[in-house]
Design a protein around this ligand. Sequence first.
Ligand code: MG
Length: 391
Amino acid sequence: MSKIKDIKTTVYKWTGPIVPPVQNFCTNPTDLLRESKDKMKSFRFHKWLVCEVISDNGTIGLGNAALAPEVTKKAIDCYLKNLVIGEDPFDYEYIWEKMYRHSLAWGRKGVGMVGISAIDLGIWDLMGKLKNTPVFKLIGKRTKEKIPVYASKLYSQPIDDLQKEAEGYLKDGFKMFKMRFGWGPKDGENGIKENLKLVSAVREVIGFDNDLMLEAYMGWNLEYSKKIIPLLSKFKPKWLEEPVIPDDISGYAELNALGQIPIAGGEHEFTFYGFKQLLEMKAISYIQYDSNRVGGITAANKINSLAEKYDVPVIPHAGQMHNYHITMANNICPFSEYFPVNQVEIGNELFYYLFKGEPKPINGFINLDDNLPGLGLKISDENMNNFSIIE
Ligand code: MG
Protein backbone atom coordinates (compact mmCIF):
# COMPACT_ATOMS: atom_id res chain seq x y z
CA MET A 1 0.00 0.00 0.00
CA SER A 2 1.22 3.48 -0.89
CA LYS A 3 0.69 6.57 1.15
CA ILE A 4 0.76 10.23 0.16
CA LYS A 5 3.60 11.72 2.18
CA ASP A 6 3.41 15.35 1.09
CA ILE A 7 1.89 17.87 -1.30
CA LYS A 8 4.06 20.64 -2.72
CA THR A 9 2.76 23.60 -4.70
CA THR A 10 4.81 25.93 -6.88
CA VAL A 11 3.67 28.88 -9.00
CA TYR A 12 5.70 29.56 -12.15
CA LYS A 13 5.37 33.15 -13.31
CA TRP A 14 6.38 33.94 -16.89
CA THR A 15 8.84 36.84 -17.03
CA GLY A 16 9.98 36.29 -20.63
CA PRO A 17 8.87 38.14 -23.77
CA ILE A 18 5.16 38.41 -24.54
CA VAL A 19 3.19 39.47 -27.59
CA PRO A 20 1.84 42.93 -26.64
CA PRO A 21 -1.95 43.22 -26.21
CA VAL A 22 -4.07 44.77 -28.96
CA GLN A 23 -7.64 46.11 -28.93
CA ASN A 24 -10.55 43.99 -30.21
CA PHE A 25 -8.39 40.89 -29.91
CA CYS A 26 -11.03 38.71 -28.26
CA THR A 27 -14.43 39.36 -26.73
CA ASN A 28 -14.62 38.65 -22.98
CA PRO A 29 -16.90 39.30 -19.99
CA THR A 30 -15.29 42.65 -19.08
CA ASP A 31 -16.36 44.14 -22.44
CA LEU A 32 -19.66 45.08 -20.79
CA LEU A 33 -17.95 47.14 -18.08
CA ARG A 34 -17.26 50.87 -18.31
CA GLU A 35 -13.46 50.45 -18.43
CA SER A 36 -11.86 50.40 -21.84
CA LYS A 37 -8.12 49.78 -21.46
CA ASP A 38 -6.56 46.34 -22.06
CA LYS A 39 -9.80 44.42 -21.70
CA MET A 40 -8.12 41.01 -21.90
CA LYS A 41 -5.96 41.71 -18.83
CA SER A 42 -7.89 39.41 -16.49
CA PHE A 43 -7.94 36.58 -19.02
CA ARG A 44 -4.25 36.26 -19.76
CA PHE A 45 -2.66 33.31 -18.01
CA HIS A 46 0.98 34.11 -17.45
CA LYS A 47 1.34 32.02 -14.30
CA TRP A 48 0.85 28.32 -13.81
CA LEU A 49 0.51 26.21 -10.67
CA VAL A 50 2.27 22.87 -10.37
CA CYS A 51 1.04 20.54 -7.63
CA GLU A 52 3.35 17.67 -6.69
CA VAL A 53 1.73 14.71 -4.93
CA ILE A 54 4.61 12.88 -3.26
CA SER A 55 4.28 9.24 -2.21
CA ASP A 56 6.12 7.54 0.64
CA ASN A 57 8.41 5.75 -1.82
CA GLY A 58 9.47 9.09 -3.36
CA THR A 59 7.41 8.83 -6.57
CA ILE A 60 5.93 12.21 -7.53
CA GLY A 61 2.62 12.78 -9.32
CA LEU A 62 2.35 16.10 -11.19
CA GLY A 63 -0.92 18.02 -11.22
CA ASN A 64 -1.41 21.54 -12.55
CA ALA A 65 -3.81 24.45 -12.61
CA ALA A 66 -3.98 27.65 -14.65
CA LEU A 67 -6.75 29.66 -12.98
CA ALA A 68 -5.73 32.16 -10.27
CA PRO A 69 -2.60 30.10 -9.46
CA GLU A 70 -1.50 32.03 -6.35
CA VAL A 71 -4.96 31.84 -4.77
CA THR A 72 -5.32 28.19 -5.73
CA LYS A 73 -1.94 27.54 -4.13
CA LYS A 74 -3.24 29.08 -0.89
CA ALA A 75 -6.39 26.94 -1.02
CA ILE A 76 -4.23 23.81 -1.34
CA ASP A 77 -1.58 24.83 1.20
CA CYS A 78 -3.99 26.12 3.86
CA TYR A 79 -6.97 23.77 3.50
CA LEU A 80 -6.75 20.83 1.12
CA LYS A 81 -3.21 19.49 1.62
CA ASN A 82 -3.74 18.20 5.17
CA LEU A 83 -6.86 16.31 4.08
CA VAL A 84 -4.81 14.31 1.60
CA ILE A 85 -1.53 13.58 3.41
CA GLY A 86 -1.51 10.05 4.83
CA GLU A 87 -4.13 8.71 2.38
CA ASP A 88 -3.60 5.90 -0.14
CA PRO A 89 -3.56 7.55 -3.62
CA PHE A 90 -5.55 4.60 -5.04
CA ASP A 91 -8.46 5.71 -2.81
CA TYR A 92 -8.92 8.59 -5.26
CA GLU A 93 -12.72 8.59 -5.05
CA TYR A 94 -12.65 8.83 -1.25
CA ILE A 95 -9.94 11.52 -1.33
CA TRP A 96 -11.99 13.56 -3.83
CA GLU A 97 -15.14 13.35 -1.68
CA LYS A 98 -13.11 14.20 1.40
CA MET A 99 -11.70 17.38 -0.21
CA TYR A 100 -15.09 18.29 -1.69
CA ARG A 101 -17.12 17.79 1.49
CA HIS A 102 -14.59 19.47 3.78
CA SER A 103 -14.47 22.55 1.50
CA LEU A 104 -18.19 22.79 0.68
CA ALA A 105 -18.72 25.99 2.69
CA TRP A 106 -16.30 27.92 0.45
CA GLY A 107 -15.30 25.55 -2.36
CA ARG A 108 -17.75 23.93 -4.81
CA LYS A 109 -16.91 26.11 -7.81
CA GLY A 110 -14.02 28.38 -8.70
CA VAL A 111 -10.72 28.37 -6.84
CA GLY A 112 -11.70 25.64 -4.35
CA MET A 113 -12.49 23.22 -7.16
CA VAL A 114 -9.39 24.28 -9.11
CA GLY A 115 -7.31 23.27 -6.07
CA ILE A 116 -9.11 19.91 -5.83
CA SER A 117 -8.48 19.45 -9.57
CA ALA A 118 -4.74 20.09 -9.28
CA ILE A 119 -4.42 17.54 -6.47
CA ASP A 120 -6.63 14.99 -8.26
CA LEU A 121 -4.52 15.25 -11.44
CA GLY A 122 -1.40 14.74 -9.34
CA ILE A 123 -3.00 11.64 -7.76
CA TRP A 124 -3.86 10.15 -11.20
CA ASP A 125 -0.32 10.86 -12.46
CA LEU A 126 1.03 9.22 -9.31
CA MET A 127 -1.22 6.15 -9.71
CA GLY A 128 -0.04 5.76 -13.32
CA LYS A 129 3.60 6.01 -12.27
CA LEU A 130 3.15 3.54 -9.40
CA LYS A 131 1.42 1.08 -11.76
CA ASN A 132 3.90 1.87 -14.55
CA THR A 133 1.06 2.58 -16.98
CA PRO A 134 -0.30 5.65 -18.78
CA VAL A 135 -3.33 7.31 -17.16
CA PHE A 136 -5.58 6.58 -20.17
CA LYS A 137 -5.02 2.87 -19.53
CA LEU A 138 -6.26 3.31 -15.97
CA ILE A 139 -9.54 4.77 -17.30
CA GLY A 140 -11.03 3.39 -20.53
CA LYS A 141 -7.79 2.50 -22.37
CA ARG A 142 -7.47 3.22 -26.09
CA THR A 143 -10.73 4.13 -27.86
CA LYS A 144 -9.03 5.57 -30.94
CA GLU A 145 -5.89 4.95 -32.95
CA LYS A 146 -5.03 8.63 -32.59
CA ILE A 147 -6.84 11.77 -31.49
CA PRO A 148 -8.07 14.29 -34.09
CA VAL A 149 -7.31 17.83 -32.88
CA TYR A 150 -8.57 21.22 -33.96
CA ALA A 151 -6.37 24.29 -34.34
CA SER A 152 -7.60 26.75 -31.75
CA LYS A 153 -6.38 30.31 -32.16
CA LEU A 154 -7.35 32.72 -34.97
CA TYR A 155 -7.93 35.70 -32.70
CA SER A 156 -9.41 38.86 -34.17
CA GLN A 157 -6.81 40.73 -36.26
CA PRO A 158 -6.48 42.39 -39.69
CA ILE A 159 -8.12 40.15 -42.33
CA ASP A 160 -4.91 39.47 -44.29
CA ASP A 161 -3.10 38.29 -41.18
CA LEU A 162 -6.08 36.19 -40.10
CA GLN A 163 -6.24 34.47 -43.48
CA LYS A 164 -2.48 33.85 -43.46
CA GLU A 165 -2.76 32.25 -40.04
CA ALA A 166 -5.64 30.03 -41.21
CA GLU A 167 -3.68 29.05 -44.33
CA GLY A 168 -0.80 27.97 -42.10
CA TYR A 169 -3.00 25.55 -40.10
CA LEU A 170 -4.53 24.24 -43.32
CA LYS A 171 -1.03 23.54 -44.70
CA ASP A 172 -0.15 21.77 -41.46
CA GLY A 173 -3.00 19.34 -42.15
CA PHE A 174 -5.67 20.54 -39.71
CA LYS A 175 -9.27 19.98 -40.74
CA MET A 176 -10.94 21.74 -37.83
CA PHE A 177 -10.42 25.36 -36.83
CA LYS A 178 -11.63 27.62 -34.05
CA MET A 179 -11.68 31.40 -34.28
CA ARG A 180 -12.52 34.28 -31.95
CA PHE A 181 -14.60 37.45 -32.29
CA GLY A 182 -13.41 41.00 -31.67
CA TRP A 183 -16.67 42.87 -31.10
CA GLY A 184 -19.70 42.64 -28.85
CA PRO A 185 -22.90 44.34 -27.66
CA LYS A 186 -21.30 47.77 -27.11
CA ASP A 187 -19.97 47.92 -30.67
CA GLY A 188 -23.34 48.15 -32.41
CA GLU A 189 -24.12 47.34 -36.05
CA ASN A 190 -20.58 48.11 -37.18
CA GLY A 191 -19.20 45.56 -34.72
CA ILE A 192 -21.58 42.94 -36.08
CA LYS A 193 -20.30 43.67 -39.58
CA GLU A 194 -16.69 43.38 -38.38
CA ASN A 195 -17.42 40.03 -36.71
CA LEU A 196 -19.08 38.69 -39.86
CA LYS A 197 -16.09 39.81 -41.95
CA LEU A 198 -13.77 37.75 -39.71
CA VAL A 199 -15.84 34.58 -40.09
CA SER A 200 -16.29 35.08 -43.81
CA ALA A 201 -12.51 35.53 -44.22
CA VAL A 202 -11.69 32.26 -42.44
CA ARG A 203 -14.40 30.34 -44.34
CA GLU A 204 -12.91 31.70 -47.57
CA VAL A 205 -9.59 30.07 -46.69
CA ILE A 206 -10.77 26.74 -45.22
CA GLY A 207 -13.86 26.20 -47.40
CA PHE A 208 -16.98 24.36 -46.24
CA ASP A 209 -15.47 20.85 -46.18
CA ASN A 210 -13.59 21.67 -43.00
CA ASP A 211 -15.11 22.37 -39.59
CA LEU A 212 -15.21 25.89 -38.20
CA MET A 213 -15.97 26.64 -34.56
CA LEU A 214 -16.77 30.11 -33.23
CA GLU A 215 -15.77 31.39 -29.80
CA ALA A 216 -17.29 34.41 -28.00
CA TYR A 217 -15.51 33.75 -24.68
CA MET A 218 -18.40 34.95 -22.49
CA GLY A 219 -18.25 38.39 -24.14
CA TRP A 220 -21.81 38.70 -25.45
CA ASN A 221 -25.26 38.73 -23.86
CA LEU A 222 -28.52 37.02 -24.73
CA GLU A 223 -29.95 39.86 -26.82
CA TYR A 224 -26.78 40.27 -28.91
CA SER A 225 -26.42 36.51 -29.36
CA LYS A 226 -30.00 36.20 -30.62
CA LYS A 227 -29.34 38.98 -33.08
CA ILE A 228 -26.08 37.66 -34.50
CA ILE A 229 -26.76 33.90 -34.52
CA PRO A 230 -29.09 34.04 -37.57
CA LEU A 231 -26.43 36.07 -39.41
CA LEU A 232 -23.68 33.60 -38.52
CA SER A 233 -25.63 30.47 -39.36
CA LYS A 234 -24.96 30.80 -43.10
CA PHE A 235 -21.28 30.09 -42.36
CA LYS A 236 -22.37 26.68 -41.01
CA PRO A 237 -20.30 26.71 -37.82
CA LYS A 238 -19.95 23.46 -35.93
CA TRP A 239 -20.63 25.33 -32.70
CA LEU A 240 -20.78 28.71 -31.01
CA GLU A 241 -18.83 28.67 -27.76
CA GLU A 242 -19.62 30.57 -24.55
CA PRO A 243 -21.85 33.24 -26.12
CA VAL A 244 -23.07 34.38 -22.68
CA ILE A 245 -21.60 34.23 -19.17
CA PRO A 246 -21.48 30.75 -17.60
CA ASP A 247 -24.01 31.63 -14.88
CA ASP A 248 -26.66 32.44 -17.50
CA ILE A 249 -27.73 28.83 -17.96
CA SER A 250 -31.24 29.73 -19.11
CA GLY A 251 -29.63 32.01 -21.72
CA TYR A 252 -27.53 29.06 -22.92
CA ALA A 253 -30.68 26.91 -23.08
CA GLU A 254 -32.60 29.54 -25.03
CA LEU A 255 -29.82 29.90 -27.61
CA ASN A 256 -29.35 26.15 -27.96
CA ALA A 257 -33.10 25.72 -28.46
CA LEU A 258 -33.00 28.10 -31.45
CA GLY A 259 -31.52 25.14 -33.32
CA GLN A 260 -29.52 27.41 -35.64
CA ILE A 261 -26.00 26.91 -34.26
CA PRO A 262 -25.21 24.24 -31.62
CA ILE A 263 -24.04 25.91 -28.40
CA ALA A 264 -20.83 24.73 -26.71
CA GLY A 265 -19.59 25.54 -23.22
CA GLY A 266 -18.39 24.33 -19.88
CA GLU A 267 -14.76 25.42 -19.58
CA HIS A 268 -15.95 27.64 -16.71
CA GLU A 269 -18.30 25.09 -15.16
CA PHE A 270 -17.49 22.73 -12.32
CA THR A 271 -18.24 19.18 -11.17
CA PHE A 272 -20.86 16.60 -12.05
CA TYR A 273 -23.52 18.86 -10.51
CA GLY A 274 -22.79 21.79 -12.83
CA PHE A 275 -23.03 19.60 -15.91
CA LYS A 276 -26.10 17.76 -14.63
CA GLN A 277 -27.91 21.09 -14.63
CA LEU A 278 -26.62 22.10 -18.09
CA LEU A 279 -27.64 18.75 -19.57
CA GLU A 280 -31.04 18.61 -17.88
CA MET A 281 -31.81 22.05 -19.32
CA LYS A 282 -30.50 21.03 -22.77
CA ALA A 283 -28.31 24.14 -22.48
CA ILE A 284 -25.31 22.81 -24.43
CA SER A 285 -24.69 20.56 -27.44
CA TYR A 286 -20.97 20.15 -26.66
CA ILE A 287 -19.35 19.81 -23.23
CA GLN A 288 -15.98 21.51 -22.80
CA TYR A 289 -14.82 21.06 -19.22
CA ASP A 290 -11.12 21.28 -18.44
CA SER A 291 -9.95 18.61 -16.03
CA ASN A 292 -7.60 21.06 -14.33
CA ARG A 293 -10.65 23.05 -13.20
CA VAL A 294 -13.71 20.82 -13.26
CA GLY A 295 -12.59 18.53 -10.42
CA GLY A 296 -9.80 16.55 -12.01
CA ILE A 297 -10.04 13.23 -13.81
CA THR A 298 -12.23 11.83 -11.01
CA ALA A 299 -14.96 14.41 -11.76
CA ALA A 300 -14.41 14.17 -15.54
CA ASN A 301 -15.11 10.42 -15.48
CA LYS A 302 -18.51 11.03 -13.89
CA ILE A 303 -19.40 13.85 -16.30
CA ASN A 304 -18.49 11.58 -19.23
CA SER A 305 -20.93 8.92 -18.02
CA LEU A 306 -23.63 11.55 -17.71
CA ALA A 307 -22.79 12.95 -21.16
CA GLU A 308 -23.26 9.47 -22.66
CA LYS A 309 -26.75 9.27 -21.21
CA TYR A 310 -27.63 12.54 -22.95
CA ASP A 311 -25.55 11.72 -26.05
CA VAL A 312 -23.72 15.05 -25.82
CA PRO A 313 -20.08 14.89 -27.01
CA VAL A 314 -17.30 15.98 -24.65
CA ILE A 315 -14.43 17.94 -26.19
CA PRO A 316 -12.35 19.10 -23.21
CA HIS A 317 -11.04 22.65 -23.13
CA ALA A 318 -7.38 22.99 -24.16
CA GLY A 319 -5.38 20.05 -25.36
CA GLN A 320 -2.80 19.35 -22.68
CA MET A 321 -2.05 15.92 -21.31
CA HIS A 322 -4.54 15.92 -18.44
CA ASN A 323 -7.29 16.25 -21.09
CA TYR A 324 -5.77 14.14 -23.90
CA HIS A 325 -5.73 11.05 -21.66
CA ILE A 326 -9.47 11.50 -21.03
CA THR A 327 -10.20 11.93 -24.74
CA MET A 328 -8.19 8.82 -25.63
CA ALA A 329 -10.02 6.72 -23.04
CA ASN A 330 -13.61 7.75 -23.80
CA ASN A 331 -15.82 7.14 -26.80
CA ILE A 332 -17.96 10.15 -25.89
CA CYS A 333 -14.86 12.37 -26.53
CA PRO A 334 -14.50 12.34 -30.35
CA PHE A 335 -11.66 14.86 -30.72
CA SER A 336 -9.65 17.44 -28.83
CA GLU A 337 -8.66 21.08 -28.78
CA TYR A 338 -5.09 22.05 -29.61
CA PHE A 339 -3.48 25.43 -28.95
CA PRO A 340 -0.81 26.00 -31.61
CA VAL A 341 2.58 26.72 -30.07
CA ASN A 342 3.66 30.30 -30.44
CA GLN A 343 5.14 33.16 -28.47
CA VAL A 344 3.52 33.75 -25.11
CA GLU A 345 0.42 35.80 -25.81
CA ILE A 346 -2.83 34.91 -24.10
CA GLY A 347 -1.05 32.40 -21.88
CA ASN A 348 -2.49 29.09 -23.12
CA GLU A 349 0.93 28.60 -24.73
CA LEU A 350 2.68 28.77 -21.36
CA PHE A 351 1.98 25.08 -20.89
CA TYR A 352 4.51 24.25 -23.62
CA TYR A 353 7.18 26.42 -22.04
CA LEU A 354 6.68 24.93 -18.58
CA PHE A 355 6.16 21.24 -19.33
CA LYS A 356 7.81 18.80 -21.67
CA GLY A 357 6.08 15.67 -22.93
CA GLU A 358 3.16 17.18 -24.85
CA PRO A 359 2.70 15.33 -28.15
CA LYS A 360 3.03 17.39 -31.34
CA PRO A 361 0.19 17.18 -33.88
CA ILE A 362 0.89 15.51 -37.21
CA ASN A 363 -1.65 16.21 -39.97
CA GLY A 364 -4.26 17.22 -37.42
CA PHE A 365 -3.80 14.25 -35.07
CA ILE A 366 -1.92 13.64 -31.85
CA ASN A 367 -1.11 10.32 -30.26
CA LEU A 368 -0.25 9.09 -26.80
CA ASP A 369 2.59 6.76 -25.90
CA ASP A 370 1.37 3.32 -24.72
CA ASN A 371 4.41 2.91 -22.52
CA LEU A 372 4.84 6.28 -20.84
CA PRO A 373 3.59 6.04 -17.24
CA GLY A 374 1.24 8.60 -15.70
CA LEU A 375 0.26 11.71 -17.64
CA GLY A 376 3.68 11.76 -19.34
CA LEU A 377 4.67 15.28 -18.32
CA LYS A 378 7.84 16.65 -16.75
CA ILE A 379 8.86 20.17 -15.80
CA SER A 380 11.02 21.45 -18.61
CA ASP A 381 14.27 23.13 -17.59
CA GLU A 382 14.74 24.70 -21.03
CA ASN A 383 12.89 27.94 -20.25
CA MET A 384 13.46 28.32 -16.53
CA ASN A 385 15.38 31.58 -17.10
CA ASN A 386 12.08 33.08 -18.16
CA PHE A 387 10.14 32.06 -15.08
CA SER A 388 10.15 33.40 -11.55
CA ILE A 389 9.21 30.78 -8.98
CA ILE A 390 6.88 31.23 -6.01
CA GLU A 391 7.10 28.34 -3.55
MG1 MG B 1 -13.12 28.47 -25.03
